[in-house]
Design a protein around this ligand. Structure first.
Ligand SMILES: [Fe+2]
Length: 244
């Protein structure tokens, strides 16, 4: 589904594009190269690639999976994509460790509590590029900036890109339409880090806000982010995302 000149939505269980459980998976079209932001719950995310083909995108141009964080609905497809396509995986140091060594192991959660089994089964794979705050990733003629935004997870990354349609932010599960946030039971999330993570998104003049769940918007994205920032500044708990 084409959203702007350079942004496509090619995975989403909630919107019925791909199997239930997939987060919103966006494709950035850099012309000669493509980047997929998160890659869904399926360990073989062929359905996302099929959606790309339907949208006129050449899957052979897929060069990057830009991971926002290592939760199964975002990261289960990483290993298969790396094994079967010329794809490099980019993630923050903390999320890369979780992807390679296991999320629960990285967070020192042992034994596996009831309900956490999904976090134990993310296919393991090594990231190709470790992202620091402010790093730039070239995808064809686009330049994407990685912003470290801890909160939903300690290693969450948001991705910023300027296109002719405006300034676009892919916020993963860090901040959503209407200023919702997603706080999970510690240590999966870091409530203490949320204000500093969101502050990285302050004053960015975001037009398009493309979170990994719920609604997205093509304009005034900054206003939704500012709602969450403002709630933390007032020492109030922002609205929580109603489902995963
Ligand atoms: Fe998540």
């Amino acid at each position: 589904m084409k959203l702007t000149d350079r942004v496509f939505l090619c995975g989403s269980g909630a919107f019925g594009l791909t199997p239930m459980g997939d987060c919103h998976c966006y494709v950035l079209d850099g012309g000669e190269e493509l980047a997929l932001i998160d890659c869904g719950l399926q360990t073989q995310p062929q359905a996302i690639l099929d959606r790309m083909t339907c949208d006129g995108l050449d899957v052979k141009k897929l060069r990057w999976v830009l991971l926002t964080h290592t939760h199964p609905d975002h990261a289960n497809g990483c290993a298969w994509l790396k094994e079967n396509y010329s794809v490099q995986i980019a993630a923050s140091q903390l999320e890369a460790e979780a992807l390679e060594h296991g999320l629960l192991e990285t967070l020192h959660i042992d034994p596996v509590p009831h309900g956490y089994e999904q976090y134990a089964n993310i296919p393991r794979v090594r990231a190709d590029r470790i992202l620091c705050d402010g790093d730039r990733i070239k995808v064809g003629d686009l330049e994407i900036t990685a912003l470290l935004t801890p909160g939903h997870t300690a290693g969450s990354v948001s991705y910023l890109v300027d296109t002719s349609a405006g300034r676009q932010l892919f916020s993963g599960d860090e901040v959503f339409y209407r200023g919702f946030v997603s706080v999970l039971t510690p240590p999966l999330s870091s409530y203490e880090q949320y204000p500093s993570g969101l502050s990285r998104l302050a004053g960015q003049h975001i037009d398009g806000l493309f979170p990994a769940h719920l609604m997205w918007t093509l304009q005034n994205g900054q206003s939704h982010i500012d709602k969450a920032i403002s709630a933390f500044e007032r020492d109030q708990r922002p609205m929580l995302k109603p489902f995963s």
